[in-house]
Design a protein around this ligand. Structure first.
Ligand code: DX5
Ligand code: ZN
Length: 215
């Protein structure tokens, strides 16, 4: 069964406790938290204080997706705020191996996100050090965008490589996931689905999570 990671970017922040309670009761596996700095991506979301609050509202792992420049400067602060997984962008990290080691040394799982135009082949020399690959299926920065179909080819390629190397690296796919395309994403080789709009805009979010989990 796929890992389901609802993206709280699409939740109702005025009812954050209720949204967290709903996710706690649901079949969701991870809480996906999108951090945007207005520089790496053309949008600003939220930061450590909110991660801290969410950490206190759940026992499920917090999957923190940093869409920020110079993520190394903030890795320790996100650990203190309660991140279990820290995901940095390939495109934001000229010294990626150093970032990955830093995250692991801080005691978190280390993830790399790649933009839709970044070839998966570029991950070849870092894959064995990486716990999670967050494959972006939209251009990062906003929820509610449409899934880019070419992502499916990239998932297949990356999954082949992970299997060839006998690694345990988890592929999560992030952006534009719907009940219509989720099956194709899993069949292409993804282990996990990040979904915001599809879950939180639905009349029955828990039901949608259940359907994604059993897709
Ligand atoms: C986009 C974020 C995603 C986003 C997904 O930059 O990384 O996690 O919240 O939202 P939906 O599922 O609405 O595309
Ligand atoms: Zn994300």
């Amino acid at each position: 069964m796929p890992v389901i990671a609802p993206s709280l970017l699409a939740c109702n922040f005025l009812k954050l406790q209720e949204e967290c309670d709903m996710l706690n009761e649901s079949e969701a596996d991870w809480f996906h938290l999108d951090i945007m700095d207005g520089r790496f991506v053309p949008n600003i979301s939220f930061g450590m204080p909110l991660v801290e609050k969410i950490r206190k509202a759940t026992n499920k792992p917090c999957d923190v997706h940093l869409m920020i420049e110079e993520p190394g400067k903030y890795a320790a602060d996100f650990k203190i705020a309660g991140a279990d997984h820290l995901i940095v962008h390939y495109e934001a990290c000229p010294h990626l191996h150093r970032n990955i080691q830093q995250i692991k040394n801080l005691g978190m799982k280390a993830g790399i996100a790649i933009n839709p135009h970044t070839p998966v082949q570029l991950l070849q020399d870092i894959l064995e050090y990486t716990d999670i690959i967050c494959m972006m299926s939209v251009n990062p920065g906003f929820g509610g965008q449409e899934f880019i179909p070419h992502t499916l080819t990239k998932i297949q390629l990356l999954r082949q490589r992970i299997d060839q190397l006998k690694l345990n690296t988890v592929i999560e796919v992030d952006g534009g996931i719907t009940l219509q395309n989720a099956k194709a994403v899993i069949e292409a080789g993804a282990h996990g689905l990040v979904a915001g709009t599809t879950i939180f805009n639905a009349p029955d979010p828990k039901g949608v999570i259940q359907r994604l989990k059993h897709i």
